[in-house]
Structure formats: C-alpha cells, structure tokens
Ligand binder design. Structure first.
Ligand code: NPW
Ligand code: ADP
Length: 472
C-alpha cells in the first residue's frame, strides 16, 4: 500500500525546513529520476524532445536535458517565456553546457512533457492545445514529468491533455492522477524519489493506493473445519435472477461455507447454491440489490433486511429503494455499499436532496466519497469506476488496478458476491471491500481470453484460480 497526497507542496517545504534540502537538490533528483528511466530503457543516441513550460515543471525538463546532453540527441523546446527562478537557472546551466533550443517540434524517439505539472491552475490556451495535439500525434514514446499537462490541480481533465505512456511522478503520488478520466492519459505510473527515501519525504496521509501485494485470499490453512466454519452468505435474488445467481456463484467460489439465494419464486440455480424463500437462520452476512427490482414485499424487507443486524452489502437496485436505504442509519452493523456513479447520484439525492449529474460525480469522485463519509463514517462506501474508491472512517483507499475487461454487465454482481463471501467469513466491512475489490481486478487481469470477451462466469472461474496466481 502506498500513500497518496492531494499535492506535494507541503512535503517539499518539509524537505527544505527539516532536512536542509534545497529546491535545487530536489529538482536535480527529479531530473535524475527521469534520466535514469531513459538510460535504462533507451540506448545512447536516442533522440529526445523535451517540451518545457514556464514554471518548475519546465525547470525539471530543462535539467533533464542538461543531464542527458552529450549521450542523447536532445531537442529542447521552450514555447513560452520562462517565469520561475529555477527554470531560468536551469536554462542558464543548460546554455553554459551548449544545449541549444529548437523553435519547432519535430519527430523524435521520445517526447518528454514538462509543460505544466502540479501548478496547472487554469485552462490551457489554444496555442498549448495545438502543441499538445502535435505531441500526441507523434509516433514517439511519451513521458510525462510529474503530471501530464492537461490534468488540473483538482484532477479535472482538460479537453486537451498530453497522453503519456509513462508518468514519472515526483516524490509522492497525487490524487489528481487517479481520477477515472485521467487513467488513459497517465499511462504507467512510477514514482521518483527526491533525494530522501519516501519514508522521510512523505508525511501522514489518510489516502492509500492499493497494490497487488495487498491481496490476502481467504485462508483454508486449518484442516479441522467444516462448512459452518466459513460462514453462510445469503444473496437476494430478484426480478433479474441472473444477477443474484452470478453473485451467489462468486460468493461460493470465494470461500463462503454455504451460500443461499433468497428467492421469491422457484429458480434453477447451479447445484452448489441453495435457495430459500427466507433468509436462513444461520446466515452470517447478506447481499441485496443485484437485479432485485420490486420483487420483495415491504414486510419481508423489514423483517429480513432492515431489522436484521447481519453484515450487509447494498448494491444496484437497493439505491432506488428507500426502505432498504434505512439500513444506512444502523450504526452497529457492518455495511458495505457499492454504487456505480449513476447509482451514487440517486443515493445522494435521496440522502441530501442535492441533484448531481454523473459527470459532476466523476469530476469530483474523491470529494463526493469524502462528503458521503462525513455523513456516514461507519459505512464502507465502494464507488465503482476505472479507479475504484473505498472509504470508511477517515481512510480512503484507491484501487487503480482495474481494466476495461470488467466493463460488462455482471462484473458488479461478481464483486458484491465476493464482498458478501468475506463478510460471511468474518471480515470487517472495510477489509471485505478492499480484498474483494483487489480479487476482482486481479482475476480480470489473469483472464487470458480476448479483452472484450470476458463473461462474469469467466471472472468467477478466475477467482477460483487466484491462489495459484498469488503463489506465483
Ligand atoms: N517544488 C519543488 O521543490 C519541486 C517541484 N518539482 C516540479 O515542479 C512542478 C511544479 O512547479 P510549479 O509549481 O512551478 O508549477 P508548474 O506546473 O510548472 O506550472 C506553473 C507555471 O505555469 C503557469 N500556468 C499555470 N496554469 C497555466 C495555464 N493554464 N496556462 C498558462 N500558464 C499556466 C503558472 O503561471 P501563473 O499562474 O504563475 O501565472 C506558472 O508559471 C512539479 O510538477 C514538478 O515537476 C520537482 O522538481 C520536485 C521538486
Ligand atoms: N474500465 C474499467 N476499469 C476498471 N474497472 C472497471 C471498468 N469498467 C468496469 N469496471 C468495474 O467493473 C464493475 C462493474 O460494476 P457494475 O457497473 O455495477 O456492473 P453490473 O451491475 O452490470 O454487474 C465495477 O467493480 C467497476 O469498478
């Protein structure tokens, strides 16, 4: 798990004040981090176009040019007048070394975007848009310095942005890099240390980035067990029964000792799933909402869902059902809610009366999850998306590992099944949400069929093989 910060200015300040490091030292390491990357991946003589902006992002780029000059064919393009003192100083150093600037951008093997980084505080103008368009169109390997130009301070993606193959971010990870819309412009994301270990550079943060190594699968190490040792997941199965069945299959596959589909009408589930018209007495967790529709009577929902204290996952149609949403007020219950952005819009309107659009939610995903958490800190919210956000109490976790193979009806049903399986096995709500979310995305990566072909049933199969992947 890595730490994530809203921005790094305060962390830089601490380096100056507490460790006696100067801006110059930090910048030298920023540039060296990029130079190391290029040296490691490209032979000497490779041509590198560095496009440097007016501030310290540009200064990083100019310093990079100086460090590579002589070994690589450097084309330094500075389209605007330099503003920051460091940019001017770096330019003077580069000039003394004989590094010349170019007036036009032209084809090279590598393009480094050092136009704007953390300081992009307003929309870019037409000239910059045109320049970015030219850079994006080039058949070159594209490196963004710190943050791709076009990603605003708050993570809003401007209409035109640099599309990086890799973003080398300085010092620490920034939230702006993890908005859904930015996923396609950031590319691979690597962090560069700035002269001190991240242990010293980074301060406290309540926002964490999940990694593959954080996955911990349900354990079956002990042998003196029986099915009752692994909990009983009750999955409500409503109008679109396929959704509940997929969720139940995922729950059983992810280790629940027993899985029962709570049904209204007779259905034909796979043989390893039981079904019942009530929630079984020995159920240890429940999931509701997937394909639910309006299948269950109010009295039934009151008795088995709202008045129950079992750990619960609320998904999909739950967010359209105010009766079920009464669960949110229960402070002594393990609750995970798993809305996608459109469901979040509905939920937020019910809870606050404020009507947002999906675009607004997507533009301020971090803010909205935190606002929900301010009101319901005891609930674990998992906001789905290209980068899933999970939050409970004050801790926010980002799962950036998902992929577009998951963009298919049923993936969310699998997720709710994985979460209820873990709740049934005794995980806390936050651990169940984190681990299920990791398992889902790692299973999707593991699927070897065509990227567009993965079915929810394939995903469930991959879940069943995760133990072998994790063991390597
Ligand atoms: N601090 C450190 O120790 C370290 C910092 N590091 C590096 O510094 C970077 C941050 O540098 P930064 O703060 O100078 O911001 P940066 O991204 O260069 O842009 C600011 C300039 O852009 C201008 N400007 C803004 N928006 C604009 C627009 N739409 N259109 C046009 N102009 C616009 C803005 O103008 P102003 O708002 O002042 O008018 C100002 O001139 C960071 O990303 C990392 O790469 C690393 O070396 C590690 C150590
Ligand atoms: N492009 C993507 N990148 C990463 N994860 C994705 C992507 N598209 C979908 N997902 C994930 O797949 C799941 C889809 O859930 P949902 O939209 O509720 O599907 P359904 O309700 O049809 O089962 C979520 O966990 C979401 O985060």
């Amino acid at each position: 798990m890595q730490k994530v910060f809203e921005n790094c200015y305060a962390l830089d300040e601490r380096c100056y004040e507490s460790y006696g490091l100067s801006e110059d030292i930090l910048m030298e390491h920023a540039a060296a981090g990029m130079a190391d990357y290029i040296r490691k991946h490209f032979p000497k003589g490779t041509s590198v176009l560095i496009v440097a902006g007016t501030g310290n992002n540009g200064a990083d780029g100019i310093a990079l040019g100086r460090q590579l000059h002589g070994d690589y064919e450097i084309k330094l393009h500075i389209p605007f007048t330099l503003h920051s003192e460091m940019a001017k100083r770096q330019f003077e150093r580069a000039r003394l070394l004989g590094l010349k600037t170019v007036d036009e951008v032209s084809q090279t093997d590598i393009v480094v975007d050092a136009l704007f980084g953390a300081g992009l505080n307003r929309n870019i103008d037409e000239a910059t848009e045109h320049l970015l368009h030219q850079l994006n169109a080039m058949k070159a390997y594209k490196i963004a310095c710190d943050i791709p130009t076009g990603v605003g301070v708050k993570g809003t993606l401007m209409p035109m942005a640099f599309h990086a193959d890799v973003t080398l971010t300085m010092g620490a990870y920034k939230e702006a890099l993890f908005l859904d819309a930015c996923k396609d412009v950031v590319g691979e994301l690597l962090r560069v240390d700035l002269g001190v270990s991240s242990l010293f550079y980074e301060g406290e943060s309540h926002t964490c980035l999940l990694e593959r190594c954080d996955l911990k699968l349900p354990s079956r190490r002990e042998q003196s067990t029986h099915k009752g040792s692994f909990g009983h997941a009750a999955v409500f199965c409503g109008e679109k029964e396929g959704a509940g069945i997929i969720s139940g299959m995922a729950a059983a596959t992810f280790g629940a000792g027993l899985t029962t589909l709570v049904v209204h009408e007779k259905i034909t589930p796979p043989p390893y799933l039981m079904h019942s018209t009530v929630v079984p007495d020995n159920a240890s967790a429940m999931a509701i909402g997937m394909g639910l529709g309006c299948h269950f009577e109010s009295e039934f929902l009151q008795k088995y869902v709202v008045k129950s204290h079992l750990p619960i996952v609320l998904d999909a149609d739950s967010f359209y059902n105010e009766e079920i949403l009464a669960v949110l007020e229960q402070k002594d219950r393990e609750i995970v809610i798993t809305p996608h952005p459109k469901e979040f819009v509905v939920l937020w309107k019910v809870l606050t009366g404020e009507q947002l659009t999906v675009t607004q939610v997507q533009e301020k995903r971090f803010e909205m999850v935190r606002k929900f958490n301010d009101r319901y800190p005891h609930i674990t919210i998992l906001l789905k998306g290209a980068n899933t956000l999970i939050m409970q109490e004050e801790r926010l976790y980002i799962n950036p590992l998902g992929c577009s193979k998951l963009s298919k009806g049923g993936s969310g049903d699998v997720l709710s099944g994985l979460i209820v399986a873990l709740l049934a096995q005794g995980y806390t709500a936050i651990d169940a949400a984190i681990q299920a979310s990791l398992a889902l995305v790692i299973a999707a990566h593991q699927y070897e069929g065509a990227s567009y072909a993965m079915l929810p049933t394939d995903l469930v199969e991959e879940i069943g093989r995760l133990e072998y992947t994790v063991k390597g």
